[in-house]
Design a protein around this ligand. Sequence first.
Ligand code: ATP
Ligand code: MG
Length: 270
Amino acid sequence: MLKIRNLCKTFFAGTPNQVNALRDIDLDIEEGCFAAIIGTNGSGKSTLLNAVAGAFQVDEGVIELDGVDIARQPEYQRARQVGRVFQNPFAGTAAGMSIAENIALAMRRGRRQGLRRAVGSKVREEIQSRVRTLDMGLEDRLDNAIGTLSGGQRQALTLLMATWRRPKLLLLDEHTAALDPKSAGQVAALTKEIIQRENLTALMVTHSMEQAVQLSDHIVMMHKGQIIEQYGAECKASVRVADLLNAFDRVRRRELLDPDVADLLARQYA
Ligand SMILES: Nc1ncnc2c1ncn2[C@@H]1O[C@H](COP(=O)(O)OP(=O)(O)OP(=O)(O)O)[C@@H](O)[C@H]1O
Ligand SMILES: [Mg+2]
């Protein structure tokens, strides 16, 4: 479904600030799979999602979605097939516009129409019934400005909007990280529910090992621009949080070693 090959991205190439953010990434995500991406700060998780969404041109590589290489498509074109939710609850919605207006815009995602804010009664009914599925009472507040909602309510709505017209791929970048624990739990549960109900294929970046273990079908661990471990469908069920923490620990210890010794150990573990 999503097939990534030899994906490379270097920022500030040829300068003293050069960052090899993605180093030869290969990744296969099957249709209907919910994959979690974990890794240390700066390991390239967001860069990988941004590369798939088309936020910048990659230096090299293939990004195939349903057999079509989208790596050179502009971002707006990919947006028709790729839904996104970011960490910041303020990023995905327009604060001054109402819930209904924000959703009406999302419904036209990727279409070449101007910004029409009027919402007809039939569309409004559809909006109301879908917002009701969030179970947050927001269906009675459709005309309230989004800015008056809590972060958790905003992220729930952003999630609903990102999946309104079923995307081929849903990208979530730490979308619960800025929320209090209770709201984070609610939005995480809602994420799983929507992904299962719509049978979506999703990539979710998270720093929460619990989230990765509990929600996903496939775990991808990144470090310094590379994928260093993967727990696919066949072994994911038996992975525990402690296994992930141990894997991180191994990476840290390996880095303290002489590169030759580290290489030897890595081969022993392989
Ligand atoms: N647009 C950009 N311009 C320059 N450098 C960038 C850009 N985006 C990312 N980087 C750099 O690429 C590296 C990987 O960053 P990235 O944001 O992908 O990490 P991350 O794994 O998402 O980390 P975090 O867990 O902190 O969100 C970092 O060194 C970062 O500074
Ligand atoms: Mg990030």
